[in-house]
Design a protein around this ligand. Structure first.
Ligand code: ITT
Length: 186
């Protein structure tokens, strides 16, 4: 029975969101803290598969997640480099980069899950736009500048459940949950 999922990530915000999604379904999410090897490759899928391969030991039910924000008018930048760009350019820097340009963007997430030696990938996307200023205190990363489609509020101005209902991660993790249920019928 898959009831405990070991989530390998350095990002506590991701853990909180995944717990909020999986706990009500009866899955325990254990945080395995640490930075995993992230290669310079073009897609979130490739990064996620590499991160999974970097997990120490042979934890049976192990998961990693790779995500990023893709800004249409910047050709999808920062995409797979989102974490690096956040650390270096920062939110205000990103807003300066899109000044005078269309602000449409999307978040994407790829969850990679290892189950009995097999690797499964689940992905999710959410379309939206960049806000004009940094707003809100919830969430993490780019949340203070991302307006999901149809919302006047950034994801940092939403409660965690509200963000999970529309987010890239919420979509990917709900697919994972549906797949887990099929592996372990009650
Ligand atoms: P890992 O250890 O899991 O790799 P990380 O934070 O480095 O954690 P990524 O390599 O997947 O994660 O980089 C994703 C970047 O995009 C990172 O800067 C996140 O803060 C940001 N990001 C991803 N999902 C987000 C979300 O739901 N809200 C805001 N920012 C997000």
């Amino acid at each position: 029975m898959v009831r405990t999922v070991a989530f390998y990530t350095s990002n506590p915000g991701k853990v909180e969101e995944v717990r909020t999604l999986l706990s009500p379904l009866g899955y325990r999410v254990v945080w395995r803290k640490g930075a995993l090897l992230e290669p310079q490759v073009d897609t979130l899928e490739e990064v996620a598969v590499c991160k999974l391969a970097d997990i120490p030991g042979k934890a049976t039910f192990a998961m990693v997640e790779d995500s990023g924000i893709f800004i249409d008018s910047l050709g999808g930048f920062p995409g797979v480099y989102s974490a690096y760009v956040l650390r270096t350019v920062g939110l205000d820097g990103i807003l300066r980069l899109v000044k005078g340009k269309p602000r449409d963007a999307e978040f994407r997430a790829v969850v990679a899950f290892r189950h009995e030696g097999k690797v499964k990938l689940f992905s999710g996307r959410v379309r939206g736009a960049l806000s004009r200023s940094v707003r809100g205190t919830h969430g993490f990363g780019y949340d203070p500048i991302f307006l999901p489609h149809g919302s006047q509020r950034t994801t940092a101005e939403m409660e965690p459940e509200e963000k999970n209902a529309v987010s890239h991660r919420g979509k990917a993790v709900r697919q994972l949950a549906a797949w887990l249920r099929k592996q372990t019928p009650d």
